[in-house]
Design a protein around this ligand. Sequence first.
Ligand code: ZN
Length: 286
Amino acid sequence: MLVRYIDENKNVRVCITDTTSVGQDAYVRLQCSPIALSLITQAMTGAILLVSDLKIEGTMSFKFDGDGPIGHITVEANMNGEARGFAGNLNLDFDPSGELSWFQQALNDGRITVRRKLSSSEHLYTSTVPIIAGNLATNIAHYLNKSDQIRSAISLAAHLDVQKGIAASGGILIQALPGANDNLLFILEDRLVQLGDLASYFARPNGIQELVDILMEGTNAQLLSQDSVSYRCHCSRDRISRVLAALPQADLTDMADSGEDITMNCSFCTKPYVYSSREIRQLCLD
Ligand SMILES: [Zn+2]
């Protein structure tokens, strides 16, 4: 579920999403470690919140690239609330009680690349910012403040579950509107900090409404939209073929010479795509 609200005087927009089912579906597909799942789910939540604000139909992707043990976290979300994600090391594990955030321990130094693609054109808008200290939400807020010059506050959370992977997850994005009075934004930022354990709200059936009531109290909030969210991969044989064709020519030749079928699994949903050696040879020629 994704809801967007605006205050009566049009100073701030508040987006809240419950991504529990998205994280649980990611776990079914990726079968990753708890730490990797938590980070991928929070990153997908961030992408769902940000893409909901695009004015034109499109897709948004985040790649968090670091020199830490996870390598990278890559996620994508579109205007239909569909998200997908994966990471370089899906089995990442470390002492979760460390002083640094999981995000920092997993990625360490590196950069965030954000790509926006509008459905109406082939053009990709790309921006890159360095990873800073803090957690995943701190880094998305840093990107927003740097790239869009819009005052924003974002909070992301995920609780883990032994069986389902994710017990509850979601996030909140608060953004100032052009020409906004800053006072209300300050008040809402303060309320966001006072919420306490954010994921616990998404564990309750009326959690989103509780959050709206607390955050937007006294603002005569109006609902702008309400949409569903899901884990969905739009992979196709065509796309996987393009990934294969981009491999070094020597590797493709070796695969073709082996005479055996090659199975390529989509990184986002693990769906298998099988290629015969003849098809691989054709890719070498294309
Ligand atoms: Zn896929």
